[in-house]
Design a protein around this ligand. Structure first.
Ligand SMILES: Cc1ncc(COP(=O)(O)O)c(C=O)c1O
Length: 278
């Protein structure tokens, strides 16, 4: 059972008129709680605060959020923390209120045995038919508008497929339903840009930092399905699972590549134990 702090109140009231519910007018963060620590919390705050600025929502007080996350955690050491910030209440209609009082929701869910299968030993992915829309005004942010991901994730139920890759209508492969995408080609690490659609992932940021530290060349080109087929290594990433090497794709099997392995080892050093494998 997950309990929520609503504007600091345990299981407080959320109005049906909240703009987060009515219009998806807000942002969220999903944070890994590991061994009692909220992993990369500062990076999650960076994305949240930057998103609030772009949307014109007053930025939350990060020390207050940290206190509320710690209070929600109680003695839980491993699980998933979530923050939702909305533009709060407003009169009927899309027009944002002159004075915004954001709504702040915080929760921690303990990890349980039904948690998603570990990604580190390699995952199978599919290509989704639901497409991603491009909109540079929203790109990169983790907004509450996730219908594209919901529809894409509804495309399959087989548990052996861990993730679905998503494309724009122009055929550019951008990300997974809940992850960022990386390719390796000629020793260069490639990841699609997230300036027209997609989420600027926290784990993507950590991976790019580690690639830089390891002296790996990085590029952010537009990626097509043909480019996926030519890649020597493929993997996805997110905050909760670290790196998921794509080992089955298009009925073709492949082993986890060298460069992926070195990035996974670097992530273990950054506290992403999931990348250590079983
Ligand atoms: C659509 C989408 N892209 C990318 C990511 C990865 O982001 P992060 O590394 O911050 O978890 C997520 C995470 O859930 C996501 O939902």
């Amino acid at each position: 059972v997950t309990s929520w702090l609503v504007n600091g109140q345990r299981d407080g009231h959320l109005s049906p008129a909240d703009r987060g519910l009515a219009y998806g007018d807000g942002l969220f963060e999903t944070i890994a709680l590991r061994a009692g620590r909220l992993r990369f919390l500062d990076y999650h705050f960076d994305r949240l605060v930057a998103g609030c600025k772009r949307l014109g929502i007053p930025a939350p007080d990060c020390s207050q959020l940290t206190r509320e996350l710690e209070a929600s955690r109680q003695d839980c050491r491993d699980g998933t923390a979530k923050i939702i910030i909305t533009r709060g209440l407003g009169p009927r209609g899309y027009r944002p209120p002159e004075v915004v009082a954001p709504t702040r929701l915080v929760s921690v869910t303990a990890a349980d045995s039904s948690a998603a299968q570990a990604w580190s030993s390699g995952i199978r992915v599919r290509l989704c038919t639901t497409s991603l829309s491009e909109n540079s005004a929203l790109a990169g942010m983790k907004t509450l508008n996730r219908l594209e991901q919901v529809m894409a994730r509804a495309e399959w139920r087989t548990p052996d497929i861990a993730e679905g890759l998503m494309m724009t209508e122009a055929g550019h492969v951008v990300c997974g339903t809940q992850s960022n995408l990386f390719l390796v080609r000629h020793g260069t690490l490639l990841t699609p840009p997230v300036d027209r659609c997609g989420v600027s992932g926290v784990m993507r940021r950590v991976i790019l930092e580690e690639a830089c530290r390891l002296g790996i060349a990085v590029q952010t080109p537009v990626v097509t399905v043909a480019a996926l087929a030519m890649a020597t290594e493929l993997f996805v990433s997110n905050s909760l699972q670290g790196i998921g090497p794509i080992v089955r794709w298009n009925d073709e099997s492949r082993a986890t590549g060298e460069l992926t392995r070195s990035l996974m080892a670097a992530l273990v050093q950054r506290g992403v134990q999931e990348c250590a494998g079983d």
